[in-house]
Design a protein around this ligand. Structure first.
Ligand SMILES: Nc1ncnc2c1ncn2[C@@H]1O[C@H](COP(=O)(O)OP(=O)(O)O)[C@@H](O)[C@H]1O
Ligand SMILES: [Mg+2]
Length: 354
């Protein structure tokens, strides 16, 4: 039995799930849908950015006019309606992701907080661990993280329990965050002399999951862009790596090094670790380069790349300045919808692949 089924099967399952949740489709939607049935989810995620196919939308644009903006609004409201109707399966055990890429500015933090908010919006318990001294994830989730605020630094260095420092985000019920403060900048050095320095985060998460009244369904660890002891702790604590890839030139540079590092961690520190998910971010449909990068990544990583692609969107980038995720800031924006669709794919893929 291969570790993964084919992408076509994934798509069919996801689409069947979407269809079976839809009020307009009989609940007994087949697991092997026809091309017409697959079309709506294709149009509603990746292909929105890369395709001009408006076939299924054309019928629903009445009332919005035929302008491109009218069409987009109609399309977005259809996408949101589908997401709202969809019920996501809860994972059998906590899924722990590290969001990693040695490059800065590729959308790691944006992906961590928005996927977390999207899953919480769909009823999951989600914990975000901010492991970047910059504290950007804490900011986006409106979590107090001034210098001296108890946070992940104290968990790693002072053996404080996650339960004692975790904060509830005002963003969404079920969304919690362990903040990072600037104190974390010194942790790389302080960790060196501590016992069990590579697996302090893993042990803390394990204790939290075992003792919490409501253990998280998902944990997302937002990593700094370097490979130091903080990132190694994330790799050791996680079971899955999610790599956001920016659809730009040099996108694949450094990726082979990242994969080598994952292999090394797998071999020496965490045999359970696997790179399960790649998310294409900041996709600009106006450039051919973005499509070429997306195509190339899909060729190399057919099973890992999500169908959903995150478009470049001003709303996504301005949400953190309001201490919000885009899921609450502007849910009907195409960036928010793409994160919601990516979250749904992750949830269904997890069930299908165990
Ligand atoms: N889909 C997007 N559209 C527009 N801007 C984005 C998008 N995703 C991220 N950004 C912006 O790009 C910058 C880098 O993103 P960030 O998530 O902080 O990257 P990283 O955590 O990898 O350093 C931020 O200013 C963020 O707001
Ligand atoms: Mg970041």
């Amino acid at each position: 039995m291969p570790a993964y089924t084919s992408r076509a099967q994934d798509l069919a399952r996801l689409n069947a799930a979407f269809d079976s949740q839809s009020t307009s489709t009989p609940a007994s939607a087949p697991l092997n849908p026809t091309a017409e049935q697959i079309q709506p989810i294709v149009t509603s995620s990746a292909a929105t950015a890369v395709s001009t196919n408006t076939g299924p939308i054309a019928t629903s644009t009445q009332g919005f006019g035929e302008s491109p903006i009218g069409r987009e609004l109609a399309q977005n409201s259809q996408r949101l309606a589908r997401i709202n109707e969809l019920q996501l399966p809860k994972p059998g055990r906590t899924r722990i992701f590290t969001i990693s890429n040695q490059k800065g500015g590729v959308g790691k933090t944006t992906t961590a907080v928005n996927l977390a908010a999207a899953l919480a919006y769909k009823g999951m318990n989600v914990l975000v661990i901010d492991l970047d001294p910059q504290g950007n994830a804490s900011t986006a989730l409106n979590i107090e993280h001034r210098e001296g605020t108890p946070g992940i630094y104290n968990v790693l260095i002072d053996n404080v329990e996650i339960a004692d420092v975790v904060q509830v985000s005002s963003e969404m019920p079920g969304l919690t965050c362990v903040p990072a403060t600037i104190d974390l900048a010194g942790a790389e050095i302080e960790l060196v002399s501590l016992e069990g320095r590579e697996h302090r985060l893993r042990d803390a998460i394990q204790r939290y999951c075992e003792t919490s009244m409501t253990p998280p369904d998902y944990v997302f660890i937002d990593c700094p862009p370097s490979l130091g002891l903080l990132t190694i702790n994330a790799f050791v604590a996680a079971r899955e790596v999610l790599i956001p890839i920016q659809c730009e030139y040099y996108a694949l540079e450094g990726l082979s090094q990242l994969l080598k590092n994952i292999d090394l961690i797998k071999k020496h520190l965490n045999p359970e670790l696997r790179m399960s998910t790649i998310l294409l971010t900041m996709f600009d449909s106006r450039t051919r380069l973005a499509s070429q990068v997306a195509e190339e990544v899909r060729q190399h990583f057919a099973n890992e790349v999500l169908n959903a692609v995150i478009p470049r969107s001003v709303r996504v980038s301005e949400a953190p300045s309001y201490s919000q995720t885009v899921i609450t800031y502007d849910r009907s924006n195409s960036g928010a919808l793409s994160y919601l669709e990516a979250a749904a794919e992750i949830a269904f893929k997890g069930v299908n692949h165990g």
